[in-house]
Design a binder for this molecule. Structure first.
Ligand code: FDA
Length: 319
């Protein structure tokens, strides 16, 4: 119920206008967001790199509805990559296709994506395409496959959400085309016609699809690159200790070396677990968002965990 409300609020323009200028909300969002500027984000990446983490950097923004906005978002990604390269950071970038024009025109979006990938390829960087709500799943995958066909397989990866019924088939196809996958549960409100309504089914599907990815990793030579930028085939993105325990136990059972998989977590969530996995020798990548458009991202994080909401309210009441 609360989750549904917060996911609705994450897309509601009126709520965004109300909350974004609220100093208290800005302070709370800082727990999950690395700052509003690239300089602030770079500082956070440097600290994370020093602690043994790799990073994927996300310039916040989604559902851009005009061409100027999409081109500006593309330029920002190009600048981010130039900065990552110049400062020798162990970081890739994450991009939402609705940020660079997917809701406007698929071909226009693809042109923007090609430009980003051409640049990433030249710099030896890696781009992960985030997955958005199910109205964009098919289009996002279509763009991704066209990038694979265009020869960007080493440079680009995709995200698959285990709450969707279709995901097992999607993963089969992606693996048959030598793709790389970030597996997550899924952060949007989806109808029962496309997604498992019960958390247990989402978790079970996560376990099954993680095993499929780990099996594939065992068959191939691909591993995380030495500079930490290019990920292995399976990137398991969750803070759920049971999912992590089952996946690492399975990887051990099939004798998969640790550098052929990686765990991914969000900035500001379960730092204890992030550190523990690094200490155990797993590659761990932190998803670091930054920018002024923090509102939808922040409300999705509140939706995921009611305790965050109580933390938010109690801090507000304390003044
Ligand atoms: P679950 O929600 O079951 O939480 C397990 C435990 O993790 C909780 O008990 C709590 O301890 C901790 N936790 C989880 N969320 C928390 C929060 N917000 N605050 C505090 N603690 C929290 N989704 C998507 O649809 N498209 C995408 O492209 C991505 N990309 C992505 C990248 C990375 C690196 C991560 C880690 C996640 C995503 N996600 C995503 C989000 C993902 O789909 C999912 O919504 C969240 O990761 C929460 O689910 P968990 O797997 O952590 O499990």
């Amino acid at each position: 119920m609360l989750r549904t409300l917060f996911i609705y609020l994450s897309g509601a323009g009126w709520a965004q206008r109300l909350v974004r200028n609220w100093k208290f909300a800005q302070k709370m969002a800082a727990r999950f967001v690395a700052g509003e500027t690239l300089d602030e984000a770079v500082e956070v990446i440097r600290q994370l790199n020093d602690q043994g983490f790799n990073v994927t950097l996300d310039h916040l923004g989604e559902n851009v509805t005009n061409r100027e906005g999409a081109l500006a978002a593309r330029e920002e990604v190009l600048q981010i990559m130039e900065r990552i390269d110049r400062e020798k950071l162990r970081s890739g970038v994450s991009v939402k296709l609705s940020q660079i024009g997917l809701v406007l025109d698929e071909e226009f979006c693809l042109d923007n994506l090609h430009e980003i990938l051409t640049n990433a390829q030249a710099l030896g960087l890696y781009v992960r395409i985030d997955m958005e709500d199910s109205s964009l799943t098919e289009k996002t995958l279509r763009c991704y496959y066209r990038c694979l066909e265009a020869g960007f397989g080493e440079t680009v990866g995709i995200v698959i959400q285990t709450y969707l019924y279709r995901s097992e088939e999607d993963i089969q196809r992606i693996l048959s085309e030598s793709g790389t996958v970030r597996l997550c549960k899924g952060a949007y409100k989806e109808p029962a016609s496309v997604a498992f309504p019960r958390k247990k089914d989402v978790d079970d599907n996560f376990d099954q699809l993680a095993r499929n990815l780990l099996d594939k990793a065992a068959e191939t030579d691909r591993e995380i690159s030495r500079d930490g930028i290019h990920p292995p085939i399976p990137a398991l993105a969750t803070h759920d200790e049971e999912r992590i325990r089952l996946a690492s136990a399975y990887a051990e059972r099939i004798h998969l070396p640790k550098h052929k998989m990686e765990f991914q977590m969000l900035f500001g969530i379960r730092f204890d677990l992030q550190k523990r996995l690094v200490a155990e020798g797993y590659p761990v990548r932190i998803y670091v968002p930054y920018g002024e458009e923090w509102y939808p991202y922040f409300t999705r994080r509140l939706a995921e965990r009611p305790a965050n909401l109580w933390f938010f309210i109690s801090n507000y009441l304390k003044g």
